[in-house]
Ligand binder design. Structure first.
Ligand code: SF4
Length: 409
């Protein structure tokens, strides 16, 4: 497939869709401004027809005041209408410029479908995709999925002769397990690719303190405000460094897998990121390992000797914040017991914040209850213990674990 043509078509359709939406919006604005103008005109006519001659006492004074207000409102409505009409003219000119694409892809549904088909086919050609791109930015959490996504991106980039296009970015929220940013850096250094650490102001705990509320599944401000938003300026600076005089093609690589959750299963392997795409960059979110199972991820880690965080050896299956707002009680209890074993202060820090803001960490239970349950289990069973390689033993068996340990010693 001709990747350059496919990317050009995707951008053409995106711009045409944008122009069609802007035109519809401008039409709506004119309709609304026209209605406001008619109402203001009617009001003004009313006062012009019924106003009493001056000198008629308090009532006449009030009527004159009302007429003046109607004159002012009519003038404002007229200005608003003129502005809306000018906007419609501009939107109409832009629409005309995109007429060929709009004639070919007539409805929004057809445009969406065509884009999806093209993106899906592009996702089957990772090497060509990187060859056509100007940048491939890997957003890593340093977790198992991220490191495999990084390994596969680097392999495709090497095959494309485009390793120089690859960059790595990691957001440190200050609420992760110890050693995560250092691990993210080491994982990037293994391939010799540039690494950028992003540390959002205040981090996770600062955000909760400010809002006096924990995020939840419906309002995941921790990912939107602390992880997604700070990446925009980094992408901007990397695109600027390229010094291109045309639109840059940017691949935004994520370690998202479909089998992780129902919502992730619905995500496409490749999608236009309309939020960060602009006239000077077409940003495509690339879920490069979307089809992999958890088992396949561990197989990639084992066979390539990829460094993974020791927290996986404890039985925790995700390298998230120590206390993730999306986690269930069993997971949180185990995380707390691991904190006890590692003598980390996080349970007390998080529980103190919960008490201070008076908002429960989860709707149906508090962190205090989690900590109490963790203490009880520690008292019954003793502290949790683990050995390096336990994650691989669990997923691939002892032979694979031993082989990995020998390889990475
Ligand atoms: S790991 Fe959980 S708590 Fe941390 S940023 Fe992600 S969703 Fe939010």
């Amino acid at each position: 497939m001709n990747v350059d043509n496919a990317l050009r078509t995707i951008e053409l359709i995106r711009c045409a869709s944008k122009a069609a939406t802007a035109y519809r919006k401008a039409q709506r604005a004119v309709r609304e401004a026209d209605a406001d103008h008619s109402a203001a005109l009617a009001q003004l006519s009313h006062w012009n027809d019924h106003i009493r001659p001056r000198g008629g006492g308090d009532r006449a004074c009030l009527e004159h005041g009302a007429r003046l207000a109607a004159v002012r409102e009519h003038r404002e409505a007229e200005q608003k209408l003129r502005k809306a009409e000018a906007g419609l003219q501009r939107a109409s000119a832009t629409l005309q410029a995109h007429r060929p694409a709009l004639n070919r892809y007539r409805t929004e549904r057809i445009r969406r479908r065509a884009t999806t088909v093209l993106l899906d086919r592009l996702a089957d050609h990772p090497v060509d995709l990187i060859r056509a791109a100007d940048l491939a930015i890997i957003q890593t959490s340093a977790g198992k999925d991220s490191v495999v996504a990084m390994h596969r991106t680097v392999a495709a980039a090497k095959a494309a002769g485009g390793l120089h296009k690859v960059r790595v970015m990691h957001c440190d929220l200050g609420s992760e397990w110890p050693g995560v940013p250092e691990l993210a850096r080491r994982q990037a250094e293994r391939y010799g690719i540039p690494f950028r650490l992003v540390t959002p102001d205040g981090g996770f705990l600062g955000m909760v303190e400010n809002r006096q509320m924990w995020p939840d599944a419906k309002r995941r401000l921790c990912t939107s405000a602390l992880k997604r938003d700070p990446t925009g300026p980094v992408i901007t600076s990397w695109v600027r460094e390229l010094g291109l005089d045309r639109q840059a093609i940017v691949l935004n690589v994520m370690g998202v897998r479909g089998s992780e959750s129902a919502s992730r299963a619905l995500k496409a392997r490749l999608a236009v990121d309309n939020r960060t795409t602009s006239a000077n960059r077409l940003v495509l979110t690339w879920n490069i390992i979307h089809k992999l199972s958890e088992q396949e991820v561990w197989e990639d880690i084992a066979s390539n000797g990829l460094e993974y965080h020791p927290i996986y050896d404890t039985g925790l299956e995700r390298l998230s914040c120590i206390y993730c707002v999306l986690a269930g009680p069993d997971w949180l209890i185990l995380a707390t017991r691991v904190c006890f074993a590692l003598e980390l202060p996080h349970p007390e820090i998080f529980a103190a914040l919960e008490r201070r803001i008076g908002h429960s960490f989860k709707q149906d239970f508090t962190l205090n209850a989690i900590i109490a349950a963790a203490r009880m289990l520690d008292a019954l069973d003793g502290p949790v213990t683990w050995r390096r390689g336990d994650a691989l033993r669990r997923h691939l068996g002892p032979a694979a674990a031993n082989q990995y340990l020998a390889l990475t010693r």
